[in-house]
Design a protein around this ligand. Sequence first.
Ligand code: ZN
Length: 118
Amino acid sequence: MSITMTQDRRANPKDPNAGQHAQDMTDLQATAATLLLRSNRLSVSLILELLDIGDAQFRELSKCNEEIARLLDQRRRGELQIEEPELKACPGCSEWFIPYAGQRCCSDECYRIASIRT
Ligand SMILES: [Zn+2]
């Protein structure tokens, strides 16, 4: 009886996933940061605010993430490429949409309508 209790107490672990959760969060923030840094409409300080991370933490992120470091360099040199999405009028419904990978219509449905009508 006393042995079982001792074993139970010894088996009580610290949360083994605690470190992993922190790592996942950093990965998530790094991914979000690279996406946000590509938009020249967002300032770095706004990005930090959006991600809820401090200057020091962001510096750490940029040190271990090449993509973030590269984007920051681009920003510093003012060479951030403007990737404005090009709007296109859908031949099916005449609505404006942002074509993805050479997409001709805003939806499959409109694509069908457009191919019937032309
Ligand atoms: Zn459409």
